[in-house]
Unconditional design. Structure first.
Length: 521
């Protein structure tokens, strides 16, 4: 019997001991820069000439690692390996599959600072953000191990029918794809990989080309934990070469995807087309973008609201699906909250996240830098610039890092582009609402529905928000980021995805099919 699930505690970097050991981990990891990571197919490590170079966004001249690239032939091999391994793996008792996840969690716990250090370099997470990413990955392993035992280790009661023995079992689907984004390169790669395998499926993991080293680290951890060959196959590569090819492949039974709306819709459309030799409907589990709002009314604790808005908007440079990209403030407190948000934002330290004092690192790459800069130009037309927006200081630019100052536009219209389109960077649109009613209307007026927050002391309004603020994850009097596995199962509505909840009690169902057997006695 496993002890009850508890969230992995976050690192306390106020302790000098902890700071010193994180510094050691950063040095250790920097000493391994430039290594080459193989593809992994059927347990074999395959080295190739064609490689992705993973660059440090804060110092792009530094290559964090080279990851070998797959092509369509290797995609075929990876799916054949997953198909063959499925026949063995689905018969492995759920207890043994759960043990694999628990061992992986233990290894991640031991390697916590090292894994966090890789993320500091590969995606420019601050220490705190990188530590939280590892903690979440550990949580997914611990949580799904327990959920799998609940789902597949016990029988599920059915209405008794005299003269029959009837049972309901949740069986796995088959070989599938795990397609994570780059922004939670360990946690989301973990949830999309370990949830299917603990329920008896096998996986081809196609990581984001923007964070492929972390995916290689995840597979390394799973191998250390005793992963059998073929159960997880690692296939990095160019999306243009293997993206559609994998999604279209007739051997694929399910697709676990997290990423942008545009790619999610593309995956959904292609997965719906039956291919020659395909005997099933592909199940698509899609987690997509957000345009998340924090509403503040005149009864709220305004300081707490300002703090929550700034943390939600600029944590990890605003590159979270849950990031607060709209602050909707009611008229009576608009000026005051805006002022405190701007003041708090000016206190944030932009810089290389390898340094502990940094609050805001670099954005992921040149493409993101250009896209976010273009939105800042649009914002100049659509709002009043009250923070950021200007070029960053020379010290940061000398390494060529992709730094963008946390940027705030005030007086933005609810239907403005910067209030409607996901920017995925450190840009906040502040919108004035006449009153609470109007604020709620504005909050719901997007195509997304991922997270939202309301700061209010009014019991009636908190209740209204519960009923009418249409998001998958609603936070009352706290920031709209930072979901915890188990405590805040996570996933959004509308264009934010297929309404699933990672880290929740229903999640593993998505990777199974219920089978009922009725036996006449
Ligand atoms: P993205 O859509 O560009 O890429 C996501 C994944 O899809 C990557 O692995 C990418 O390589 C792959 N991909 C790209 N084209 C493909 C194709 N044609 N076929 C198959 N795969 C393809 O997203 P991103 O930039 O990596 O991540 C940021 C996005 O993810 C944001 O929109 C963010 O809101 C969203 N996100 C959502 C959640 C959530 O839980 N809802 C969590 C994190 C990130």
């Amino acid at each position: 019997m496993l002890p009850e699930f508890r969230n992995e505690p976050f690192g306390d970097f106020s302790s000098s001991e902890r700071r010193a050991s994180m510094q050691r981990a950063l040095r250790h990891v920097a000493g391994q820069f430039g290594a080459t990571y193989p593809l992994v197919i059927n347990g074999e490590h395959i080295l190739r000439e064609e490689k992705l170079a993973s660059l440090n966004p804060a110092e792009p001249a530094r290559v964090v690692g080279y990851v070998c690239k797959g092509d369509q032939e290797l995609a075929n091999q990876a799916l054949s390996a997953a198909e063959a391994a499925f026949q063995r793996w689905r018969q492995v008792p759920v207890e043994a599959r759960a043990q694999l996840l628990l061992r992986a969690a233990a290894i991640m716990r031991r390697r916590k600072e090292e894994l966090a250090a890789w993320m500091v370099y590969e995606v420019s997470k601050t220490w705190v953000e990188a530590d939280a990413d590892v903690a979440e990955a550990i949580d997914f392993c611990e949580y799904y191990a327990r959920q799998a035992l609940r789902l597949q280790g016990a029988s599920h009661p059915l209405t008794p029918n005299p003269g029959e023995y009837n049972e309901l079992r949740y069986i796995p689907l088959g070989p599938g794809l795990a397609i994570p984004p780059w922004n939670f390169p360990l946690a989301i790669a973990t949830t999309l990989t370990v949830a299917p395998i603990v329920t008896g499926n096998t996986v081809v993991l196609k990581p984001s080309p923007r964070a492929p080293v972390m995916a290689a680290k995840l597979v390394e951890v799973l191998e250390q934990a005793g992963l059998p060959p073929g159960v997880v196959n690692l296939l990095p590569g160019d999306d243009a070469v293997i993206g559609d090819y994998l999604v279209d492949h007739p051997k694929v039974r399910f697709i676990g995807f997290t990423g942008s709306k545009a790619v999610g819709l593309r995956v959904l459309g292609r997965a719906a087309v039956r291919q020659e030799g395909q005997h099933w409907l592909k199940r698509s589990i899609l987690e997509m973008g957000g345009k998340d709002a924090t509403v503040v009314d005149e009864t709220a604790d305004l300081e707490a609201a300002a703090e929550g808005i700034v943390a939600g908007a600029f944590g990890f440079q605003g590159q979270k699906c849950s990031a607060c990209s709209r602050a909707i403030l009611v008229d009576g407190v608009y000026d005051l909250v805006l002022q405190r948000v701007v003041e708090r934002t000016r206190e944030l330290r932009l810089g290389n996240p390898a340094r502990p004092e940094t609050n805001v690192g670099a954005v992921i790459d040149k493409r993101a830098f250009d896209q976010i800069s273009a939105y800042i130009a649009i914002g100049q037309e659509e709002g009043r610039l009250v923070a950021g927006g200007e070029v960053v200081d020379h010290e940061l630019l000398k390494d060529g890092g992709y730094f963008i100052n946390p940027t705030i536009f005030a007086d933005v219209a609810p239907r403005a582009r910067i209030a409607q389109e996901e920017i995925f960077g450190p840009v906040l649109a502040v919108i004035r609402a006449r009153d609470f009613e109007h604020a709620l209307e504005i909050a719901n007026d997007t195509e997304y529905g991922l997270t939202g927050a309301l700061y209010s002391r009014s019991v009636e309004r908190l209740q209204r928000a519960r009923e009418e603020f249409h998001v998958g994850n609603l936070y009352l009097n706290r920031k709209c980021t930072g979901a915890l596995v188990g405590a805040h199962p996570f996933g959004g509505f509308n264009m934010s995805g297929t309404d699933s909840k990672a880290g929740g009690p229903d999640y593993l169902h998505l990777f199974t099919q219920p089978k009922v057997v009725a036996e006449k006695l």
